[in-house]
Design a binder for this molecule. Structure first.
Ligand code: MG
Length: 383
């Protein structure tokens, strides 16, 4: 097994997530556990272990699918979905049922194979909706690690269902995310999964499909675009209209490639990810240029941290650079979900260890970039 295909590398992000030269020396020096420490990011094994003591850090047995779940008789009044309804894409814009541009802001769960308690908390989601202005939650379904979708599909699907059911109950939008770095190797599984999700949830206006979280350095025309075409076609057999979000090469930074060679179809968007201590003006210029060309963008992950997700608690929170990204996103009306809804010492964990599960996250519970995320989720400057 080469280092590039080691589990540690597959789930990490620090050494992979930028267009700048990557710090392979950090990643390749020493033991695998050192690699996990150095390169662990949004999904590092080490980060997960570090999160274990809190109420959201432990991995409990996956709750049974809420098989008794019944959709609400009507969308909750004043909720985001009650307000905006079925969304679609027009040019570069996400628009509501009336055709008006709409910006959604919210959070991503932690990898669902590693964190289930905050992700499952309906009360917590309601609190974020009502107190922070959350309109969307992203269900980050791990695919490759042991215990994730490829080895344990049933509990992972149930986890996704739980998040989606909560979102539908609360009138919140929800992104079903295939959280993978080599999805081109799992195209058949992804197609089958999304066909199932589209069959179950395609009639709900709440749902987005994010079919490939962060591709690595793979060819857009030869590998990634064909993957998106195939998986999107599987969705469209069951759901003709809900928005599909597609990853872009190099950890979802090279949105310039689909800008010049888009996937055919309707209601398609592309994702850009940024971690502001690492991804700065150069990456932002790529996104700005794509937006200016009319490319619809949804930022499904960002952090005011380094690209390792702030796994080193002694690292930085780069709010000045993050503010420049938010100035761009707000001016362009770009929707986003912040990484990540979890309690741990990582600077990208919104909450301190042992924070409550069900809301009430006052200042003393916020961690790392948490205050910055909260402050920006509450702002909808174009409304
Ligand atoms: Mg639909």
């Amino acid at each position: 097994m080469s280092f590039l295909t080691s589990p540690f590398f597959l789930v990490g992000r620090a050494c992979e997530s930028q267009r700048l030269p990557r710090n392979f020396s950090l990643c390749s020096s020493g033991l695998a556990v050192v690699a996990a420490l150095g390169c662990g990011g949004e999904g590092s094994v080490t980060r997960d272990i570090a999160a274990a003591p809190g109420p959201g850090g432990s991995v409990t047995a996956a709750p049974a699918a809420s098989s008794q779940w019944q959709p609400p008789a009507q969308v909750e009044a004043e909720s985001p979905v009650a307000r905006f309804g079925q969304l679609r894409v027009e040019g570069s814009a996400l628009v509501d049922a009336a055709g008006n541009p709409v910006q959604l802001k919210g959070v991503s769960t932690m990898w669902l194979n590693w964190e289930q308690n905050y992700a499952d908390s309906k009360a917590g989601l309601r609190w974020l909706r009502d107190n922070w202005g959350l309109r969307v939650v992203r269900a980050a379904m791990g695919v490759e690690p042991m215990g994730a979708y490829l080895t344990d599909p049933a509990p992972m699907i149930n986890q996704v269902r739980n998040v989606v059911h909560n979102a539908i109950d609360l009138g919140v939008y929800v992104i079903i995310d295939w959280h993978d770095h080599t999805a081109e190797l799992h195209q058949d599984q992804a197609s089958a999964f999304f066909a199932q999700m589209a069959e179950e949830f395609g009639s709900y206006p709440n749902v987005f499909y994010e079919i490939y979280n962060e591709p690595k350095q793979i060819s857009w025309p030869l590998v990634l675009k064909p993957y998106h075409e195939a998986v999107s076609a599987a969705i469209r057999e069951h759901d003709p209209d809900n928005v599909i979000i597609m990853g872009t090469p190099v950890w979802s930074q090279n949105v310039n490639l689909p800008a010049d060679d888009p996937v055919p179809g309707t209601n398609l968007m592309y994702t850009v990810h940024f971690y502001s201590c690492t991804h700065r003006a150069q990456q932002r210029a790529i996104a700005q240029s794509a937006h200016d060309k009319g490319t619809p963008i949804f930022v499904t992950e960002w952090g005011a941290t380094s690209s390792d997700g702030g796994t080193n608690p002694a690292g930085q929170v780069c709010t000045d650079e993050a503010q420049a990204w938010h100035d761009f996103m707000d001016s362009a009306g770009i929707s986003w979900t912040a990484w990540k809804l979890d309690d741990c010492a990582d600077l990208s964990c919104l909450f301190r260890p042992s924070a409550p599960l069900d809301g009430g996250w006052t200042d003393e519970w916020l961690n790392g970039h948490g205050p910055f995320v909260r402050d920006h989720m509450q702002l909808y400057p174009q409304e």
